[in-house]
Design a protein around this ligand. Structure first.
Ligand code: XIL
Length: 425
């Protein structure tokens, strides 16, 4: 499945959002966010074998041998970039489509790469049938969802449905949709996907909850319900909340810590925090600040992962070389911080190559350039962690087998990729 229109629209919106965020960072933070938080960790820090992950797209893995080879050579784990989002998995109410997701998870399994599941509950990447409820919002009329008293028969149901399409979901109805989605998806992948972003981006920049269909029609406790449903669906899976802009001090960070504390106080299951770390060379956090933030979460007993790092390089009138150097500094600071904090267990970038970055090739935000050449940032990240072991590199042998099955060379269409299998065996 290619990216559908909805995802593309979301991409554009998100891109605008990210650029605004980056511009704001540039204005207020200066070229580098200085830290008053902690003494910088020293370079002598013992290197740990932190797995290096990346977001991947099934279409690129199938169609582009350089993309596939670079992934298999350099990365230890993967996060499906869009394939596990609700828009992809439940395009129609109650009808799940696992075709693409299964193929990607199968690829990961065959090649011995753990999958980080992303993302069960998010305000974006939703199928239209979820968003279309509350149509009055579109014309600026924020009608509260109405609850019709239970009327027997099809007419009553029909009436109730059309009312909610206009005014929004009833809490119980959307809660059931959310928990069914979580249960169905997690059970489907149980054993193959051991960790999940259960809730993605619950925070607004002011430290309050971010607006979303879940927040609006279920209420702020949707986060708690989602996590409890996730634990019940697959008790073995690690559960994460994934967020951006909470890797350094500020209102959003404190609001996020307060949310996590509150969840913990009430014994809501939560295993880790994903720090997205979408950033830019005009304003990135130094190592000490990042360590400080990671240790705050670690001190709450949580695992930490860097889940979506990229470092944009546009908007600055400097030479290409300078951009690459600053970018390497930003990546290096994050990787060294992760290495220094034992609770940091994975370091994932949001894509492999600049060519396919979600914020556009012009940002050149990733570790490999548009021709798959490693950039200075790649060396900065790699050297922050212990070298990959022979065991970690071994799955490349399986990869060759997979490539053979998939029929390398020619473009790998769905049929000739039958080695990937559309369904799960
Ligand atoms: C992005 C994908 O990279 C794009 O392809 C898609 O069009 C929109 O979503 N934060 C997240 C990710 O949690 O899911 C987003 O991924 C990037 C920002």
């Amino acid at each position: 499945m290619g990216e559908c229109g909805v995802l593309r629209r979301i991409g554009v919106l998100r891109r605008i959002g990210v650029l605004a965020l980056l511009a704001a960072l540039a204005l207020f933070a200066g070229p580098q966010v200085a830290s008053s938080q902690a003494a910088p960790a020293q370079a002598q820090e013992k290197l740990r074998a932190v797995p290096l992950g990346t977001a991947v797209r099934l279409s690129a893995l199938r169609d582009d041998a350089r993309y596939r080879d670079t992934f298999l050579r350099e990365f230890d784990s993967l996060t499906p970039e869009n394939e596990l989002k609700m828009a992809a998995l439940q395009p129609r109410r109650g009808q799940f489509d696992f075709t693409t997701a299964d193929a990607l998870v199968d690829f990961a399994r065959r090649n011995g790469r753990p999958v980080h599941g992303h993302a069960l509950v998010w305000g974006l990447a939703l199928p239209p049938w979820v968003i279309d409820h509350g149509a009055s919002d579109e014309i600026g009329l924020r009608l509260p969802p109405i609850v019709l008293p239970g009327r027997p028969g099809a007419l009553g149901q029909g009436l109730s449905n059309s009312a909610t399409v206009l005014t929004g979901w009833r809490r119980d109805e959307l809660l059931a949709i959310m928990t069914t989605h979580i249960r169905t998806v997690m059970r489907h992948f149980a054993g193959d996907v051991a960790e999940w972003d259960v809730v993605n981006e619950p925070m607004a920049d002011d430290g309050g909850p971010s607006p979303s269909v879940w927040r609006r029609f279920i209420g702020p406790d949707y986060v708690e319900h989602a996590l409890r449903a996730a634990r019940a669906a697959d008790p073995k899976a690690k559960l994460f909340i994934n967020e951006y802009g909470v890797e350094g001090p500020g209102r959003k960070f404190e609001g996020f810590v307060a949310l996590v504390r509150d969840l913990q106080k009430r014994n809501v299951p939560l295993d880790g925090i994903g720090l997205q770390m979408h950033s830019h060379i005009l304003g990135y956090y130094d190592q000490a600040t990042l360590e400080w933030a990671m240790r705050r979460f670690a001190s709450m007993g949580l695992e930490v992962q860097v889940t979506e790092m990229d470092v944009g390089t546009s908007l600055l009138n400097v030479t290409g070389l300078d951009r690459l150097t600053r970018q390497a500094e930003a990546y290096g600071a994050a990787a060294r911080a992760c290495n220094a904090v034992t609770a940091c267990k994975r370091f994932t970038t949001w894509g492999i190559t600049d060519r396919l970055s979600w914020i556009g090739v012009g940002e050149a935000p990733l570790l490999f350039d548009a021709s798959y050449k490693p950039k200075p940032a790649f060396a900065a990240v790699r050297s922050a962690f212990a070298p990959r072991t022979a065991r970690a590199a071994a799955p490349a042998r399986q990869a060759r087998r997979w490539r053979w099955r998939a029929g390398t060379g020619a473009r790998c269409g769905w049929a000739s990729c039958s080695g990937l299998r559309a369904g799960r065996g």
